[in-house]
Design a protein around this ligand. Structure first.
Ligand SMILES: C[S@@+](CC[C@H](N)C(=O)[O-])C[C@H]1O[C@@H](n2cnc3c(N)ncnc32)[C@H](O)[C@@H]1O
Length: 298
């Protein structure tokens, strides 16, 4: 695994954005994604089992089973649960992440399972790969954390082969998770739903997108399909984190009307699952490189 640090290829358009990316990296280095689910069973298989129980749609969305022999790039591989699924399926998979601590865990996970991973510390906004390299670019819960999300998508487009498949999950606005964070942190401080997500969900600056905003970022792709899903947080399926301790939260977790919420459909789900395809031929890079609109702050 490459140990390059600071991350090669950092874009430095302004000191604020550069500072934010470092904050994002430090956040995930301090708390690699998903480590909270390990609990007392510090065991990668248990972690993966819990993940796929809580998010049962991942396998179908990612299409691990059909990826044998494909060249796959996972952007933001985190602790490597999905990355290992690509390897198990026989894909030629490369994983990148800003967080070295996360990739160390991913590397151990793969080696303990008997695989030799190709994991590199890299920035999704500046991927260290030539254009037209991968059959599939997969990224689950990552690009909304990066300061320039449209640039992450442009990079995914660039490194995909013509006809290659993009499969990404980014956070949706509005969502039940956003609403709960707003009630807990935003309401009394005059913050919007989006500001509550940005400041209190995960790494600083986390964004969320309407379907229309996401579509605007996907200019240059075709066969764009959206699906919304509830996150474990939307349904309070996780154990309460340290931020939500005490009798009130225990009562909320116990009485939360999960059945009713599921009946509303996935309109308020946090997860926006997006599949799209890079056109097979005839579309020039310049067409995707024209900057798509940024998310509107509300
Ligand atoms: C919520 S975790 C998701 C990890 C993994 N995909 C999963 O589903 O468990 C977000 C991950 O995105 C990574 N990340 C954030 N910004 C990034 C960027 N610009 N380039 C690469 N990785 C990034 C973080 O380091 C972190 O590991």
């Amino acid at each position: 695994m490459s140990q390059a640090s600071p991350v090669p290829g950092f874009k430095e358009p302004g000191s604020n954005e550069h500072g934010l990316k470092e904050e994002v990296r430090d956040f995930w280095n301090a708390d690699p994604c998903g480590s909270r689910y390990l609990g007392n069973r510090a065991d990668f298989e248990a972690h993966a089992r819990a993940r796929y129980q809580l998010e049962p749609y991942i396998h179908e969305f990612a299409g691990f089973a059909q990826s044998g022999g494909q060249r796959v790039l996972e952007v933001g591989a985190g602790m490597g649960a999905d990355y290992l699924e690509w390897l198990k399926a026989g894909a030629q998979a490369t994983g990148v992440d800003l967080s070295n601590a996360s990739l160390e865990q991913a590397k151990r996970r793969c080696e303990m399972a008997g695989y030799a991973p190709d994991l590199r510390v890299s920035d999704a906004e500046h991927l260290p790969f030539p254009s037209d390299t991968f059959d599939i670019v997969y990224s689950y819960g990552v690009m909304h954390h990066s300061p320039d999300t449209p640039q992450c998508i442009r990079e995914a487009w660039r490194v995909l082969k013509p006809g290659g498949a993009l499969r990404i999950m980014i956070y949706h606005h509005p969502s039940l998770t956003g609403f709960m964070l707003w009630l807990r942190y935003g309401f009394l401080r005059g913050k919007s739903l989006r500001q509550s997500v940005r400041d209190h969900l995960e790494s600083p600056g986390t964004k969320s997108y309407t379907q229309e905003e996401a579509r605007a970022m996907l200019q240059g792709f075709e066969q764009v399909e959206f699906r919304q899903a509830f996150s474990p947080g939307d349904l309070l399926l996780n154990e309460p984190s340290t931020r939500f301790q005490g009798l009130l939260y225990r009562i909320i977790w116990r009485l939360y009307p999960r059945f009713l919420i599921r009946m509303f459909g996935d309109k308020w789900g946090l997860f926006l699952l997006i599949s799209a395809r890079k056109p097979g031929a005839g579309l020039g890079t310049s067409q995707i490189l024209s900057a798509p609109p940024r998310q509107h702050e509300q």
